[in-house]
Design a protein around this ligand. Structure first.
Ligand code: SAH
Ligand code: SF4
Ligand code: F3S
Length: 459
């Protein structure tokens, strides 16, 4: 083992896990550990897991099994688990993965240095659940974010609302992430500033149902005024963050919910320059019968009303979505309704998921009656629809000049660079002098694909 033990984090799941992993890295660095250049040379590997679909858990379990088995070649390797699967399985994980050093809940991150220290002495099987009355789950005591690292992401995530109280019928998240808890706006601003210093001008504020920010057991601090005259917590927060963390040139928030698309929020998106013309607004289904069974709280008409408010109020807004295919009892007719509503909503992008029953959720007691082959077919149909729609919408950008936040050489074709527009659209372009990672460049769009725009730098 090296003199200073080195750690690596392996992250699955959503942006909330990406953010939690960043905070965990800061905690370990503050405790004196060094970040390994690669997982192979790490003395401590922590898997941050997701439970949202069965496949996500299989991946994390496979990874943990491999790491623990790899101890034959790497004796003394510390292997830890956190994230949603840690909470779902509790101390049951140690029977599934013998030799696992420790596992801790997503809100128990402050204990990580203690867990690592014990594991380095050879202890295994330590379970650290979330504290019962969850304290401010922020990175207090995590140490500063590293400054201006060359490989810092240009987009960072800051959680503003922990947990979820919505309880959609199919979803494991409320049971593994706990009750909603809104963070103090000043703590949020501090974290946003730290992320900006680290090199991310694009900040995405996170909540499972982000528009519920400020509900329940929360009062907006009286000494923080709203010159723009907002009364709702999320618009007030956007205004406050834009004012106090001006280095955050782009502000986003996710995930949205149609009932949270209020006139005030639409005005915040239009009038606060840093707030991007982009909203991820998961629809899940276009069938009113299925939406009711899912307990989503809206029907397709209400959903489309939210889309209309956004399109009328926010110029050039891009709307993206999540859809589940093969929910129990989903008929061909329900599926066709989803296709129709997706077309009417005119989504810029869509993530399609095959329904996966999750233990203990209300829908898990219904028969998972859509055969897997049919789920796959519906998935393919929606993706083909989306490709055609995405191409049509992207072609409308040809001839326009857009501002792109440059990210670096594109993965597919390293001779080209890629970046994103405020609409979160990926743009590929030839590198030009003065273009560097994290810089804003003006790009003339010359061609379009279903998922990308192609352009030329015209600074
Ligand atoms: N909080 C977010 C969603 C988080 S999970 C929201 O409410 O919008 C991300 C996506 O995974 C969901 O939008 C949903 O489309 C999908 N998903 C959640 N549970 C699922 C399940 N049991 N099977 C398949 N997809 C699921
Ligand atoms: Fe899950 Fe619904 Fe909460 Fe999203 S809003 S995390 S889908 S319960
Ligand atoms: Fe997965 Fe947990 Fe996020 S279940 S999607 S990592 S909240």
């Amino acid at each position: 083992m090296s003199a200073v033990p080195k750690f690596a984090l392996h992250t699955y799941g959503c942006q909330m896990n990406v953010r939690d992993s960043a905070v965990l890295a800061r905690r370990l660095a503050a405790a004196g550990y060094a970040e390994a250049a690669s997982e192979e040379e790490a003395d401590i590997v922590i898997v941050n897991s997701c439970s949202v679909r069965e496949k996500a858990e299989e991946k994390a379990l496979g990874k943990l099994g491999m790491l623990c088995a790899g101890r034959r070649e790497r004796p003394g390797l510390v292997v830890g688990l956190t994230g949603c699967m840690a909470n779902r399985l509790g101390d049951g994980i140690f029977a599934k993965i013998p030799g696992l050093s420790f596992s801790f809940g997503p809100r128990a991150g402050a204990r990580l240095p203690e867990l690592v220290a014990r594991a380095l002495t050879g202890e295994t099987g330590i379970w650290a659940p979330d504290p019962p009355a969850a304290p401010e789950g922020g990175p207090a005591g995590a140490g500063p974010a590293p400054e201006g690292a060359a490989d810092a992401p240009v987009q960072s995530f800051v959680t503003i609302l922990y947990g979820c109280d919505r309880r959609c019928s199919y979803c494991i998240v409320p049971s593994v992430r706990g009750h909603e808890e809104s963070r103090d706006p000043r703590a949020i601003v501090e974290e946003v500033r730290a992320e900006v210093r680290r090199g991310s001008p694009d900040i995405c504020l996170l909540g499972q149902s982000v528009m519920r920010y400020g509900r329940r057991a929360f009062a907006w601090p009286e000494d923080i005024p709203s010159p723009m005259g907002f009364t709702e917590p999320l618009p007030r927060l956007l205004e406050f963050v834009a004012r106090e963390a001006s280095g955050a040139k782009r502000l986003r928030f996710t995930s949205g919910h149609p009932l949270g698309v209020t006139p005030e929020l639409v005005r915040a998106m239009r009038e606060i320059p840093a707030v991007c013309a982009h909203l991820h607004l998961p629809m899940q289904s276009g069938s009113d019968r299925i939406l009711a069974d899912m307990r989503r709280g809206y029907d397709s008409a209400r959903y489309l009303e939210a889309v209309r408010l956004l399109r009328e109020g926010v110029p050039d807004v891009a709307i993206t979505t999540d859809v589940i295919v093969g929910y129990p009892g989903e008929t061909e007719e329900d599926f066709e309704a989803t296709r129709r509503v997706m077309e009417e909503a005119g989504f810029d992008n869509a993530f399609v998921f095959k329904y996966s029953p999750r233990p203990g959720t209300p829908s898990s007691f219904l028969e998972d009656d859509v055969p897997d082959a049919e789920k796959r077919r519906r998935d393919q149909v929606l993706l083909a629809d989306q490709d055609a729609r995405g191409l049509r919408l992207n072609k409308a950008w040809i001839g326009r000049t857009v501002e792109v936040l440059a990210e670096g050489p594109s993965l597919r074709n390293p001779s080209r660079w890629s970046g994103r527009t405020e609409q979160n659209k990926i743009v590929a372009f030839e590198p030009a002098p003065g273009v560097r990672r994290g810089a804003f460049v003006r790009v003339l769009v010359e061609d379009a694909h279903p998922q990308t725009l192609i352009g030329r730098v015209c600074n």
